[in-house]
Write a new protein. Sequence first.
Lengths: 114, 114
Amino acid sequence: DAGVTQSPTHLIKTRGQHVTLRCSPISGHKSVSWYQQVLGQGPQFIFQYYEKEERGRGNFPDRFSARQFPNYSSELNVNALLLGDSALYLCASSLGQGTSEGYTFGSGTRLTVV
Amino acid sequence: GESVGLHLPTLSVQEGDNSIINCAYSNSASDYFIWYKQESGKGPQFIIDIRSNMDKRQGQRVTVLLNKTVKHLSLQIAATQPGDSAVYFCAEIRLTGGGNKLTFGTGTQLKVEL
């Protein structure tokens, strides 16, 4: 059984561009959460989606958006990229909205903005 | 505001010794506290959690202690092995039912010396 898969694994973008990151949750998991992890820091919560609806949003600007599809996969979109958006973007899936043990993280997408 | 922070950025231990990683938190409303292990190039991996109404929980080679009086959390790893080398994060979660987010600390780098 596959774990959480994220694509692409690495990405280089130029300031001002747009990026779309993708996540496929574990089969049967209905919730996907997105986290941003800047080098040397802990992951920061961006969004949680459950049953295709946004259930939580972190302290990120409107340039960040996401959606969840009927098959429970998810996309994270970032517009007007800034150098400070360079980070590892992690997706976590859970069966429901999540207890403490229920989150499984993918290996992330490493985004570099130049 | 809410925060979960770690005392030491780097911890070096000899193989076979016990490791203790500490964490301070400020959010008294947390429902669970969780320890994650993150190896290079991978997403965080769940190690063990503790409900906020408990003070100790043991797993395989790991023990988590929670001291609510001083808002302190620790992870003890027995007989540390080279494979334990990684960054360890403490995190907390409050289960609101309307979107649950993990709040991570900065992390401690554990280095196991042979």
